[in-house]
Design a protein around this ligand. Structure first.
Ligand SMILES: CC(C)(COP(=O)(O)OP(=O)(O)OC[C@H]1O[C@@H](n2cnc3c(N)ncnc32)[C@H](O)[C@@H]1OP(=O)(O)O)[C@@H](O)C(=O)NCCC(=O)NCCS
Length: 177
């Protein structure tokens, strides 16, 4: 799809980002998650990206720093999500464009691994693999099958470990359980 501009969020985008998330998820839980993640130490403004089409915000994706406990504890790691595209523009490639740009940006900034919670089938199409492939555990309520990870450089996760997601993610998962 042409004419999609991807850029970092600005303070003036906050309401429009809420609308994108609420309309995509048909709930305000993910918009709240985005607001809550902005108040965590892992928030990286440059990695909260919006997609613009004809000067309107039509998509959003957020990547936040998370911790990994164990042998690989010095690995710089992110969680991707939520990601959303407004329903009127869905299935036109915008999600794919946002995801590729987010991954490329994280890679350029030196991050090694990106985790994702939920919608595993969509992310598997973009190279994410189940946690069980890497012997990883996590601090969320829910099955291993709900989380996938992408190694930006092969072999980084060979030592396994425990993913520590920030509180806002734990809250959303507990409410959904
Ligand atoms: C998931 C989402 C971000 C994808 O954005 P998009 O712009 O519609 O995606 P794209 O156009 O790049 O990709 C569409 C392809 O992905 C597939 N796809 C979309 N959602 C999917 C899902 N949940 N599981 C598996 N495949 C999915 C489509 O079938 C389509 O496949 P095709 O290319 O073979 O036809 C968007 O549909 C959305 O906002 N959904 C609601 C919110 C959500 O679930 N977000 C993801 C979890 S954080």
């Amino acid at each position: 799809m042409t004419h999609i501009r991807v850029r970092a969020e600005r303070p003036s985008d906050m309401q429009a980002i809420d609308v994108v998330n609420i309309s995509a998820f048909k709930s305000d839980a993910e918009a709240q998650l985005v607001s809550d993640l902005r108040n965590t130490p892992g928030y990286i403004p440059k990695l909260s990206l919006v997609a613009e089409y004809k000067n309107r915000l039509v998509g959003h994706v957020m990547l936040t720093r998370i911790d990994l406990l164990g042998e690989n504890k010095n690995l710089d790691m992110l969680v991707l999500g939520p990601m959303s595209v407004v329903p009127s523009q869905a299935y036109r490639g915008i999600g794919g464009i946002l995801l590729k740009r987010a991954i490329a940006k994280a890679d350029k900034m030196g991050f090694g691994v990106i985790a994702e919670v939920g919608q595993t089938d969509y992310y598997k199409r973009h190279g994410f693999k189940p946690l069980s492939d890497f012997g990883l555990t996590h601090n969320l309520k829910g099955g291993e099958g709900d989380i996938t990870v992408l190694e930006l450089r092969q072999g980084l996760l060979s030592g396994g470990g425990k993913l520590v997601f920030p509180e806002p993610f734990k809250r959303v998962c507990e409410n959904a359980a």
